[in-house]
Design a protein around this ligand. Structure first.
Ligand SMILES: [Zn+2]
Length: 435
């Protein structure tokens, strides 16, 4: 008896579906729809329509779930009373990371001016070339295909630890669940991120998509744990501070990522050069660290280490709530000095001197010389969107002035790339300087 009722209900739903999809406004009927993709190549959507009058226009709309910008596109089709329309999102021009969730819908119009709009649907764009294992909870999902269960579990646990630390130390919680894709080696990674990515890329955080893509071989788990935490931190911080006017000073952005790799102690990768700079009084100023980091590998390493140390100083001295407030103020587009004064009660220079004092380094003697050469003034650097920084220029990020079709720039990370550089000896520092 129960079974019969169940079957009856199912058949009613199945019969009801085409009718609900057809939404007979005017005379146009939606007969069927399809969507499929080939990762990093295309996403193809199609629709069959019938109408009493000639269908003259078919449009395909899509947006990345959670984003406001919608892409409106004219579909290809032969006008008629029965049409097969199609639209393809060319993934060699517009890159979406694996795990991107698209919302899409169609609109068709006939010669009488009747139109029909399909229901909004969701499509999960995935990299089908690999059989990913998945570990997942309400905050984060980790996908991997190379390496043991233990390998995946270690990365998943570390990701959760990183999120816990951000909650405790920065007072920030994940708003949208995050997906982390672990590719099994560097080559697979390069074949999964945008075509033309820098050889040195070790991983990327796509804040707008809620996705982190990493290349971690089972033999480099230790590096993978740190690098994944680093990129994950960028993503969570960027989601929390997203604003159209400005961006975080680089020392804060990178510093939080470095700090979160290990909140107790600066990672060994940065420790010795940082200690050397402290004892030789060769620390870069906060103002210098507010814009693009140096291209020279040693100087870049120091810049990352210093940034991690400053962030630790701010959190240890002012507390998680103050750090949270600082990020909040930046997310409203405040200037650097103003944000620091509001959140911590000090200017950038005063903070710099407090920090130097804590390290036993003499205070800055005089105001910094006017901007020139490689040290742009904080304000002028801040006026530009993040995507114009050297790191992004060196990357395959889409143009920062994104059209409806092109989501905003992603966030490649030099720190994640360093171990690869040192292993492969790639001359990444020869890349063109920031414009
Ligand atoms: Zn970074």
């Amino acid at each position: 008896m129960g079974k019969t009722i169940f079957i009856a209900v199912v058949s009613v739903i199945l019969m009801a579906l085409p009718a609900s999809v057809a939404l007979a406004q005017g005379d146009i009927q939606i007969v069927s729809q399809s969507i499929e993709s080939e990762f990093r190549d295309n996403i193809k959507a199609g629709i069959s329509l019938k109408s009493g009058a000639e269908i003259t226009e078919v449009e395909f709309f899509y947006r990345v779930a959670g984003q406001v910008a919608t892409s409106r596109n004219v579909a290809d089709f032969e006008p008629g009373t029965t049409v097969e329309a199609a639209f393809s999102i060319n993934q060699t021009e517009i890159y979406f990371p694996p795990g991107t969730e698209l919302e899409y819908w169609w609109k068709a119009t006939d010669a009488n001016g009747n139109s029909v709009k399909s229901d909004k649907q969701t499509y999960l764009y995935f990299d089908e070339r690999y059989e990913f294992n998945i570990l997942s909870n309400e905050r984060v999902s980790l996908y991997w295909y190379s390496g043991s269960d233990k390998f995946g579990q270690a990365l998943f646990d570390q990701a959760n630890k990183g999120l816990d630390q951000l909650e405790t130390n920065v007072n920030i919680v994940v708003e949208q669940p995050i997906k982390i894709f672990i590719y099994g080696n560097h080559n697979d990674l390069l074949n999964a991120i945008a075509v033309g990515a820098q050889e040195w890329t070790g991983g990327q955080a796509f804040a707008e998509f809620g996705v982190v893509v990493m290349g971690v071989s089972p033999g480099s788990l230790d590096w993978g744990l740190k690098a994944t935490t680093h990129e994950l931190t960028h993503l969570v911080i960027h989601q929390a501070t997203d604003n159209p006017y400005g961006d975080l000073p680089r020392w804060l952005d990178e510093g939080l990522a470095v700090y979160n790799e290990n909140p107790d102690r600066l990672d060994s990768q940065f420790r010795s050069s940082f200690k050397e700079a402290v004892s030789a009084d060769r620390l870069m100023t906060l103002q210098t660290l507010s814009s693009s980091f140096p291209a020279d590998p040693d100087a870049a390493n120091l810049a990352y280490g210093e940034s991690g140390a400053i962030v630790k100083f701010v959190i240890d001295t002012y507390g998680p709530e103050a750090m949270h407030t600082l990020l909040d103020i930046f997310s409203e587009g405040a200037l650097y000095d103003k944000a620091l004064q509001q959140a911590l009660g000090v200017t950038m220079r005063e903070l710099d001197n407090q920090w130097r004092e804590s390290l036993g380094v003499p205070p800055l003697s005089a105001p910094e010389p006017a901007a020139g050469g490689e040290t742009p003034a904080a304000d002028s650097a801040q006026a530009e969107p993040a995507a114009t920084s050297a790191l992004v220029v060196a990357s395959p990020a889409p143009p920062e002035k994104s059209s409806k079709n092109k989501p905003a720039g992603n966030l490649p990370c030099l720190a994640g790339a360093l171990p690869l550089l040192f292993l492969t000896g790639l001359v990444w520092f020869k890349r063109p300087k920031s414009a």
